[in-house]
Design a protein around this ligand. Structure first.
Ligand code: AMP
Length: 191
């Protein structure tokens, strides 16, 4: 199986690139953010609790997200691999993912890290907020999201560098050119 993590700060383009990759390689796109937004829109109890974290810019507690991800990964009938978008976001989630993969005789194949400057991230998120309807795409929340990214999520870069799996990709510029850089890296894995 080809299991790809699309890693990056909020606004780095993880969702956009993941969708394109999903189509090209026929993998299963697992976006924890999208999954949470579906629950919020459906007005479920879980969605209400999740929104109380998300709208403030906080992360959902690790135990909850790890359980959700493991449920999603159980549904693997005929799946050629996963594109993970938005998970892991903490070292604890990264370790739990390794355990889950191991249990299924699988591993993370590669981690693509989309590199985007802070100012560009803020501009993109605020622009997206004009019509995304997302409760967290606003100026008050964005700074906390970036702070949490640096404190809790970014340490995963070293975690994957140590595993020899992290590849950095320039995440600014033309969407199709960024996509091409990513596919060149993935295609090398498939040879
Ligand atoms: P995203 O769409 O990936 O930017 O996720 C939106 C929000 O959902 C994040 O800011 C978090 O509040 C929450 N979220 C998504 N994925 C995770 C995760 N793996 N761990 C904790 N919180 C998450």
């Amino acid at each position: 199986m080809l299991n790809i993590i699309i890693f990056g700060a909020p606004g780095s383009g993880k969702g956009t690139q993941s969708e394109k990759l999903t189509k090209k390689y026929g993998l299963k796109h697992v976006s924890t953010g999208d999954m949470l937004r579906v629950e919020i829109e459906a007005g479920t109890e879980f969605g209400r609790i999740a929104d109380s974290y998300i709208s403030k810019g906080n992360l959902i507690p690790d135990e909850v997200m790890i359980d959700k991800l493991s449920e999603l990964m159980e549904k693997r009938n005929g799946v050629k691999g996963f594109i993970l978008d938005g998970f892991p976001r903490t070292i604890a989630q990264g370790e739990a993912l390794d355990t889950m993969m191991y249990k299924h005789n699988e591993k993370v194949s590669i981690v693509i890290s989309l590199e985007v400057e802070e100012e560009e991230l803020i501009n993109r998120i605020l622009k997206r907020g004009e019509n995304s309807g997302r409760s967290d795409d606003n100026r008050e929340t964005v700074e906390l999201r970036l702070k949490i990214y640096h404190e809790q999520t970014e340490p995963l870069k070293n975690f994957y560098i140590e595993q020899g799996k992290l590849v950095k990709v320039q995440g600014e510029g033309d969407i199709d050119e960024i996509f091409e850089s990513i596919t060149t890296i993935i295609d090398r894995l498939l040879i």
